[in-house]
Design a protein around this ligand. Sequence first.
Ligand code: NAD
Length: 451
Amino acid sequence: MPHLPSINPATGEVVGEVPITPATEVQAAVDRARKAQPAWNDLGLDGRATVLKRAAAILNERAAAHGELITREMGKPLREGLAEARSLGESLAREVDEMVEALEPEVLEDGVGRSTVYHDPLGVVGAITPWNFPMSMPSWMVLPALVAGNSVILKPSEETPLCGQAYADALNEVLPAGVLTVVHGADDQGKALVQSNVDMIAFTGSREVGKHILRESSGTLKRVVLELGGKDPMIVLDDADIEKAATFAAFNSFRNCGQVCVSTERIFVLDSIADEFEAALSGLAAAMTVGNGLDDVDVGPMVNAGQRDHVLAQVDAAVASGAIVLTGGRGHHDNFVTPTVLTGVTEAMEIGHIETFGPVACVTRVSSDDEAVQRANDTHFGLGAVVFGGDEARTSAVARRLTAGMIGVNRGVGGVVGTPWVGARESGFGFHKSKDGHRQFTQTRVLTRSL
Ligand code: NAD
């Protein structure tokens, strides 16, 4: 059987390998998962929750090893890899409790009848995941699907097969056989999973692949939930705390080497504070250390040469069209790209409207709140957006006009526990987390009697 090697983007070394699942065998894996599903469902909501919570101790025990694996497989600095790995075990019990609460049957009466609303499993869920959060993205899809009583086929990214496998291995130590299966490979295996008779595809990845999956799923109208890319804007109003705004911009443009779906990619700054903001952001970017994520660095390598070339080509094209490099730019070696700040970026440039997914912060000066809002919304994407400003009423007014799904005011986009992770426009189709997100892994059924 051919094998898929996993390459460390910092060193080029082979971290390990997994056997590739022939695309022609994906349907057979789905058939096996379908056979295992009824017994898993028969355990009931509380029974399944009890089983899954046992995986927390295993994930906690392995967090240090998993964190290092994340860094070696896709490059992010070790502290980020460890934080991702630790969160899996630490939050598992709370998340499972939230899911159970969302899926308990509800009884409603209107004086004439009594209805019970059930949230039943769909059957077999196919989860297709990206490489940028190679353990938490599988967890976001696998866990709610399993709590709901589905069996799951996980197809992790071909860039991070070892992380996907390690996450599934931890869960499989507590799960009955056949309930969670991993298929390895790239787009062919993903396509085979979409074309199989799974009842749902939960996908996180690029907008283009998301559109392909939606088209391919139309024949059977299987449930599809898509978490896609973004081109997140940040607006900096002229009464903002400039240092705080620049610190956030540096963090959120360069974290995970800019390879985060809600990375800050476009920054709209009011003219009167633009010089000061650009100087602060450039200073922070220039001070960042770049290198192997296992060393004590701020920014690791890009995940692969293809992604690196995409980012550098966007920067070059922007500069050729008049953008100015404030810091960074062309300088790179191997997969390491220097944190870059550009100013004078316009929507006509590719970097002004196509997802970069790399360590580049693009600044555009604007003359009013209206212009900032109009340009921030001038995108097909709509994942996150942030506004930094002083006056509460003004900042809230700007925030409420933004068309993204998640908006942060003087902070990042992530909502508090219990809120959905949701993209608007072409950044998402359905959503995750929250009661409503968990229920997307189920078929809602209403059973009614007369009173
Ligand atoms: P990608 O779309 O290239 O690949 C994602 C997964 O889909 C991989 O497992 C891949 O093998 C598989 N795949 C590729 N082609 C397929 C096809 N035709 N049919 C079925 N499966 C296919 O994305 P990526 O490069 O792995 O990840 C980066 C993207 O993910 C970025 O656009 C980023 O913004 C997005 N992302 C979004 C979120 C979110 O919450 N919205 C979170 C993380 C990443």
